[in-house]
Design a protein around this ligand. Structure first.
Ligand code: ZN
Length: 346
């Protein structure tokens, strides 16, 4: 069956949308996208791009499914949770049933400076489904270095934001935010909660931008940084025409600190202790009092002037003022990083 036939194609309705058209669909079918993170944002993005006929979709995720994911992670169901599947695998199983005519490449991995360039190889657009700034700064470095368009998105509570970056043309993430927020200072979805509704909105906006890029409609991408709050009913759109500067360490001076491994986490399994140590050289200091307050919302916490210690579910989390953390209860580095991102945040 001809996927470009306006009568019989599964894509008929979107080909009738004039700005996309048959030509746009033809480009989508031969395009390749990378979705990093297949949790809440990522599962909506992967679902949308697969249904729209993006020819090759690579999805990467480091995490496993838990029951509390189902409220917002729309690709998964109770059977997936019972099976204890990695999200990337459960996502591929579902997406293959939704659209068997495209290629889905599922990768179970923690995206870091050692693998991101390989994952990006041959990709036309990168879409952010992550939940932490450390990975986003790495994605920004890799996308700018390889001139790959990328779409940033993030959500917390009922708030969300998104930004599309065309390297060399529009401001990059680091033009707007020279440094990631210090660990422990930003809410995470485990401390502040998250509504499925805002995920749907922001992930759909990200997917829409990706479809413009992949269908050859880059001139229609958003040139604003969009920040919305579905509970307070507010939308802010910040024009970025002059935000790109030659001073930007990333897109101006082309210093790719995260990609070089100079920034970002350094990890080690602590032998015989059932624990993993995570350290973050070059990071600003952690405010232990603030972190204590945040962790108190999710578990048993104690603090002295040297550290904050929290017991959350099966994990014992210890955080030092320099950001170094020991995650007890696991010897799996990806799991420890996931626990850190969830409860300490970055
Ligand atoms: Zn920049």
């Amino acid at each position: 069956m001809d996927p470009l036939d306006l009568q019989t194609s599964r894509y008929a309705r979107q080909m009738r949308f004039a700005p996309l058209g048959v030509e746009g669909q033809r480009k989508l079918l031969t395009s390749r996208a990378l979705v990093v993170g297949c949790g809440a944002l990522g599962s909506v993005i992967a679902n949308t791009l697969a249904r729209a006929g993006v020819g090759k979709l690579r999805i990467v995720d480091r995490d496993f499914l838990e029951l509390n994911n189902l409220q917002r992670q729309v690709l998964y169901d109770e059977d997936d949770v019972a099976a204890g599947l990695p999200k990337a695998i459960a996502a591929k199983n579902r997406l293959d049933r939704i659209n068997s005519t495209i290629e889905i490449d599922a990768v179970v991995a923690d995206v870091d400076h050692t693998n991101i360039e390989r994952l990006l190889n041959g990709v036309d657009c990168l879409v952010d489904g992550t939940d932490n700034f450390e990975t986003r700064f790495l994605l920004n470095d890799a996308a700018v270095k390889t001139s790959t368009p990328w779409v940033y998105g993030g959500c917390i509570g009922a708030e969300g934001q998104t930004l599309t970056i065309l390297p060399g043309q529009t401001p990059c993430l680091r033009c707007l935010m020279p440094e990631p927020p210090p660990p422990g200072t930003t809410p995470t979805c485990d401390s502040a909660g998250i509504l499925g509704t805002v995920i749907g909105v922001v992930a759909s906006m990200e997917s829409n931008e990706a479809l413009k890029i992949l269908s050859g409609n880059s001139e229609s991408i958003s040139r604003t940084w969009t920040i919305l709050d579905l509970w307070d009913n507010t939308v802010r759109q910040i024009k970025l025409a002059s935000a790109r500067t030659s001073d930007c360490p990333c897109c101006g001076r082309r210093e790719f600190n995260w990609l070089a491994g100079e920034r970002g986490s350094h990890t080690a399994v602590l032998c015989g202790r059932n624990a993993v140590q995570l350290s973050f050289p070059g990071r600003p200091a952690v405010a232990l009092e603030q972190l204590e307050t945040k962790l108190a919302a999710v578990g048993q916490v104690s603090r002295n002037k040297y550290l904050v210690r929290a017991s959350v579910g099966p994990y014992n989390i210890t955080v030092f003022p320099d950001g170094r953390a020991v995650i007890g209860g696991t010897e799996d580095i990806a799991e420890a990083r996931s626990v850190y991102a969830k409860y300490v945040g970055n």
